[in-house]
Structures are given as C-alpha cells and as structure tokens.
Design a protein around this ligand. Structure first.
Ligand SMILES: Nc1ncnc2c1ncn2[C@@H]1O[C@H](COP(=O)(O)OP(=O)(O)OP(=O)(O)O)[C@@H](O)[C@H]1O
Ligand SMILES: [Mg+2]
Length: 338
C-alpha cells in the first residue's frame, strides 16, 4: 500500500474493530462463558494489548474476532463489528473471504498455521493467490519481498525451505509475512513471541510496530507480559476470568492502574525483583471456567477485598475512557501488593 493510502486509512478514524458485549459460551446451559460481555474498540493504526493470565479468555476473544472459534464454542450474544460491518452472524464463506485478506492472525505456535509438508514460499504465496488472484510466479516473487520485509536473510533461498528447516524465530517471521501478505486492516497476534528468546522477541516486536505504523493497520496484541504491553500498546485491556477488568489508554493504565489485578500483574513483570530477590507474586490462581463467583471474580486474590466486593457483580466503570471493574479503584496502587 502507498503511504498516502496508509495515511488516509489511519486518519479515517472509524474503528477497524469494535466488540460490543461479546459473549462466547461453551454450553447451551450458559454455565461456561469464556468470554463474558467484552466490549472494546480499535482504530486504524492503533495497538491494543490484551493482557491477562492463562485461561482468562484472551484467545477465545481473538478467535471470535476471526470467525475461528472452536467447534464447541459459539457467540452467544453481542456484536463483532469489523470496519463498521456486523460479523456476528456471518457465514463461513464471508469469514473465509476476510481471513488472510482484510484481517489476519498470527498464532502463538507457528506450526498451527504452517504446514510442514509444503515449502515456505508456497505457503506465504497462498493468500496472494487465493485473495488477489496472482499467478504462481508473481505470488512467489511477492512472497520473497515479504520475507525480506520481515527480515529473513536470503529470502530467495528460504522460499524453497520447509518449515522445519527454519529456526523458531524465522518460522514466526514467516507467519508474520503470511499474515501481512494481503495488507490486512486488522492483525491479531496471539502471544506471538512467548516461545522465542528475548532478543528475537524484541526484533519481532519492533518489526510489528514498524509495519503497523507504516500500514495504518489495527493491531491486537495478546500477551501475559506487561513488559511487552508497556513497549507497544496505545490502549490496554486487562482480562480476568472472561471479563475485561480494566481498559484504557496505555499511559493511564500503566501509570495509574485502577484495578488491583492490573497492579499485581505489573508488579510481577519479570526482571523487577524485590531488593531481597523475591518475585512479587500474585498469590492464587484464576478461578476455573464455570466456577466463577456471582460477585467480583478477583475477590479471592485481592488484597483490597471486603464484604461489599462479595455482595454482587461489579460493573466496568470510569471516566475519561479509563474503565475499571473495582469498587475500590481509588485505593489501587503498587503498594497493595507488598
Ligand atoms: N477448545 C476448547 N474447548 C473447551 N474449552 C476451551 C477450549 N479452548 C479454550 N477453552 C477454555 O476457555 C477458557 C478461555 O481460554 P483461552 O484460550 O481464551 O484463554 P487465554 O486467556 O488465551 O489463556 P492462555 O494465556 O493460556 O493462552 C479457558 O478456561 C479454557 O480452558
Ligand atoms: Mg491464549
């Protein structure tokens, strides 16, 4: 895409993705709700980091946005709007047309989307052939360009390699190249760097940030690492037990978190050990799906919890676009964890 097109895309301001009360259930009785009433919005050129521990519903949210929920799950209520278009009831054909084209996803484990029996070039060229109707030669040439853009040395050579001939970092880059092939408006990256060593992780983050800025693409970046969010996020959504518990502009969330869970995750950033060497830990664990209390879901782990927190569900509230699901958000500070 030309830089003018990118600029006008970035300036257009309409959300590239808007979730409105998205609720995903795993059974018809509605006891297991991995994604519970999630609303968020992402504008072109913006990076939204979705942060939370394992099992909080980050991937389910992402998969719903791509029409890729597992067989057992379904959208129970709410809306998924992509560039203003409601996709909540979209059929398989509509999703297939969008995926890999206007929207794309990078998975945590590259081998989820790379097929071990096909050469890398063929796989990166595939979306260009399917969505852009390019011939084999032209698509392969573009695939080579894409590999070069994502920083793979010897792209011509690498096109002929099989996925298992590449390092983990290179496979991750190949996935990024594939996802970017058709210049998507929305890219969802689900913990794309957790399996990589720190240096490669830093390179990939930089690469994504550059590409995203150049292309005016909306990036949803899922991570359990607040350090990563600190580096790349414009907005941050913190998820706990299927719900958003804090949401707002990154600077506000990072500088003055308004949910104890957010403050706890931030205190647990790796490398930020206490002076005596102990890692400040969020004691306890996320309650099991289907066993969420009918009141604040974080109460059992929360240093601020008191009787009112167990009286009923807590709503997501706040001013200036900074929302928190905590009755005592004014009391939140890093100190509550020490
Ligand atoms: N295919 C599935 N079938 C049944 N339950 C599932 C399936 N996939 C996920 N779940 C459950 O849904 C809940 C949310 O899972 P999800 O994968 O969205 O979590 P996550 O926040 O992405 O966690 P992680 O950080 O481990 O990737 C979890 O309780 C999980 O066990
Ligand atoms: Mg996940």
């Amino acid at each position: 895409m030309s830089s003018t097109a990118a600029a006008s895309r970035a300036a257009s301001g309409d959300p590239v993705l808007a979730l409105d009360g998205l609720t995903v259930s795993l059974d018809s009785a509605g006891r297991r709700i991995p994604v519970d009433n999630v609303s968020l919005e992402m504008r072109p050129g913006e990076t939204l980091c979705v942060v939370g521990e394992s099992g909080c519903g980050k991937s389910m949210t992402a998969l719903a946005c791509m029409g890729l929920l597992p067989e057992v799950a379904r959208v129970r209520s709410g809306h998924i709007r992509f560039q203003g278009r409601d996709l909540s009831g979209a059929d398989a054909r509509t999703w297939r047309r969008l995926r890999g084209d206007a929207m794309a996803m990078i998975f945590q484990e590259p081998m989820t989307s790379l097929n071990p029996v096909f050469r890398v070039g063929r796989q990166v060229a595939e979306p260009l052939r399917v969505h852009r109707g390019l011939g084999k030669r032209e698509a392969l040439r573009r695939a080579g360009d894409l590999l070069e853009q994502v920083g793979i040395p010897d792209p011509g050579e690498r096109l002929r390699a099989y996925p298992d001939e590449l390092s983990g970092g290179q496979r991750q880059r190949v996935m990024i190249a594939m996802a970017l092939a058709c210049d998507p408006n929305l890219l969802i990256a689900d913990e794309p760097t957790t399996a990589l060593d720190v240096t490669i992780q830093a390179h990939i983050l930089e690469l994504l940030a550059d590409l995203q800025r150049d292309r005016g693409m909306g990036l949803m970046f899922i991570t359990h690492d607040f350090g990563v969010a600190e580096e790349i996020a414009d907005h941050i959504a913190v998820m706990y037990a299927g719900q958003i518990v804090e949401y707002g502009p990154a600077a506000q969330v990072l500088n003055s978190p308004r949910h104890p869970y957010t403050a706890g995750l931030m205190e647990a950033i790796p490398g930020q050990e206490e002076p005596h060497g102990a890692l400040p830990a969020l004691a306890g664990r996320v309650p099991e799906l289907g066993h969420w209390p009918p009141y604040c879901r974080f109460a059992e782990r929360c240093p601020l919890a008191r009787a009112r927190c167990r009286a009923g569900p807590v709503t997501l509230e706040g001013g200036g676009g900074h929302l928190s699901r905590c009755l005592f958000s004014d009391e939140v500070s890093p100190e509550i964890w020490h």
